[in-house]
Ligand binder design. Structure first.
Ligand code: DQA
Length: 139
C-alpha cells in the first residue's frame, strides 16, 4: 500500500473560516475525513504547521520512506528557499498543490520555490486539488 502524506503550511488550519470566497467553507478536518474514507487503497496521513522549520523537519522525516508527498506550503511557497532546498534534498516525490489559482491572484503569488523541485503542480481546483494529487499517485 502506498504511503502518502498531505503537508499543509501556514493558515491552512483556518480553512472554512479563512476568506471563504477564495478557499471555501469546508474545514480541512471535514475534507480530510471524506478523502480518508474514499481513498482506502492508500495509507494517507496529514500534517499541518504554521512554522517553516516544522514543515522542513516533516519533509526530512518522511522524505526517505514515504511514496508521495502532497504539499501545500501556502505563503511559504512564495518565500521559502529552505522548503525548496528540502524538497531537493529528499527522495520522495512532491506534488505541489494550491486551492486557489495563484496565477490569477497577486503578482507575489506567481513565484514558487516549490515548483522547480516538484514532480508536478496542481492548482485552482479548490480542495479537489488535493484529490487530483492523490489520484496521480494512485495512477
Ligand atoms: C494557497 C495560495 C497561497 O498564495 C496562499 O498564501 C495560501 C494558500 C492556496 O492553497 O491557494 O495560504 O497556497
Amino acid at each position: 500500500m502506498q504511503k502518502l502524506i498531505i503537508i499543509n503550511g501556514p493558515n491552512l488550519n483556518l480553512l472554512g473560516k479563512r476568506e471563504p470566497n477564495i478557499y471555501g467553507s469546508l474545514t480541512f478536518t471535514e475534507f480530510y475525513k471524506t478523502i480518508k474514507e474514499k481513498y482506502t487503497d492508500v495509507s494517507l496521513e496529514y500534517f499541518q504547521s504554521n512554522i517553516e522549520g516544522e514543515l522542513i523537519d516533516k519533509l526530512q522525516e518522511v522524505g526517505f520512506g514515504y511514496d508521495g508527498i502532497i504539499l501545500n506550503a501556502a505563503a511559504y511557497t512564495h518565500t521559502s528557499i529552505g522548503i525548496g532546498d528540502a524538497i531537493k534534498a529528499i527522495e520522495t516525490p512532491v506534488i505541489e498543490v494550491h486551492i486557489s489559482n495563484t496565477f490569477s491572484r497577486e503578482e507575489f503569488r506567481h513565484q514558487s520555490y516549490v515548483s522547480p523541485n516538484a514532480r508536478g503542480v496542481i492548482l485552482g481546483f479548490g480542495l479537489q486539488s488535493y484529490e487530483l494529487a492523490i489520484q496521480s499517485f494512485i495512477n
